[in-house]
Design a protein around this ligand. Structure first.
Ligand code: ZN
Ligand code: ZN
Length: 335
């Protein structure tokens, strides 16, 4: 992305092994993320930035210290590089690894090839060569599924719980899928778009709330006997959505927030009196990858439906435009 709104597909030098812990992968598929729209719209700085942080592909080459993947393995990686060995990683917060590095920007996986540092701690191989039909699902695991899953875990979605999901983008929809899979009793999707409401229901939403802000909070309270939801997933990152999520969480409930925050001001007094647990941030997708890959492999979950437009990598600019104009929820780019 040269400047906001200006996406070009250009030739760059093939990546090379720089560290013994590196792997070079040849991508099979990549995609455009809702978070890529922040720089596209000029809200985050961008200057000739290599875009893309979601990826699946085949290992082409490994450094001398890599032990868990070999050339020819099909792999899924997290959007944050991690060693998976340090104290933070071992506690399950790989996105805060002492070696953490965002794949977006420096590496950029909207590309044919990429160098993945800390390959052992970042990549997870699939049980074999995947059928083409599950590649979108595996790609979703790289970020949106892993992020929605983390949000649902952070919100302590589970049996007997009512889960409210703020945001009907790909991550919100994956939060619905995760809440359902984790056994939530009732799942309220907050959405105004008919097609996304339909997808939310497909993934397990039992109720739809179209109201937003204060009215949205009031509606959640009304549906939960005045208490609010046990678990709330925030998957947008705006002032309105965040406060809606805080307001929708019952006292003692849990809020999992994974929408990348921009200029959100949380009034301390409001958070104080809310009396809720909060956990969020960039999702430690690597923690969940082995389990999610297996669920996809066994056809237990089908997160691939979040992709509603597929384009060749050469047409990445059109993909950005389609997402910016909300003509697409999430764009898969074939390599
Ligand atoms: Zn993403
Ligand atoms: Zn680490």
């Amino acid at each position: 992305m040269h400047t906001p709104g200006d996406v070009r597909v250009e030739d760059r030098a093939d990546p090379e092994i720089l560290e013994p812990t590196d792997a070079i992968i040849k991508l099979t598929a990549t995609c455009i993320c809702g978070s890529d729209l922040w720089p596209y719209r000029g809200i985050e700085p961008v200057d000739h930035t290599a875009m893309g942080h979601e990826y699946v592909g085949v290992v082409e080459q490994v450094g001398s210290a890599v032990t868990t993947v070999v050339p020819g393995d099909f792999v899924v990686g997290s959007f944050v590089i991690s060693c998976n060995e340090c104290e933070i990683c071992r506690a399950g917060f790989q996105s805060k690894c002492v070696h953490a590095e965002f794949v977006a920007g420096g590496i950029g996986t909207q590309a044919e090839k990429a160098r993945i540092p800390h390959a052992d701690g970042t990549l997870v191989k699939t049980p074999g060569e995947p059928d083409p039909e599950i590649i979108p699902a595996l790609l979703a695991a790289s970020d949106v599924l892993g992020t929605g899953w983390f949000a649902a875990v952070a919100a302590e979605a589970g049996p007997g719980k009512t889960v409210a999901v703020v945001g009907d983008g790909a991550v919100g929809l994956m939060g619905v899928l995760a809440a359902k899979r984790l056994g939530a009793e009732r799942i309220i999707a907050m959405s105004r778009h008919p097609e996304r409401q339909e997808l939310a229901r497909y993934y397990g939403a039992t109720d739809i709330v179209e109201e937003r802000g204060e009215a949205g909070v009031a509606k959640i309270k009304e549906l939960t006997g005045g208490l609010g939801a046990h678990s709330v997933i925030e998957a947008v990152g705006t002032q309105e959505s965040f406060m809606q999520a805080v307001g929708a969480t019952r006292g003692g409930g849990h809020l999992g927030y994974v929408g990348v925050n921009h200029d959100v001001q949380i009034p301390g007094i409001q958070l104080f009196f809310a009396g809720i647990h909060t956990l969020g941030g960039p999702a430690p997708v690597r923690r969940f990858l082995p389990e999610l890959i297996q669920l996809i492999w066994d056809r237990e979950i089908d997160p691939g439906k979040v992709f509603d437009l597929t384009l060749p990598l050469e047409q990445a600019a059109e993909g950005y435009q389609a997402m910016d104009e909300r003509r697409a929820t999430k764009v898969l780019l074939t390599v």
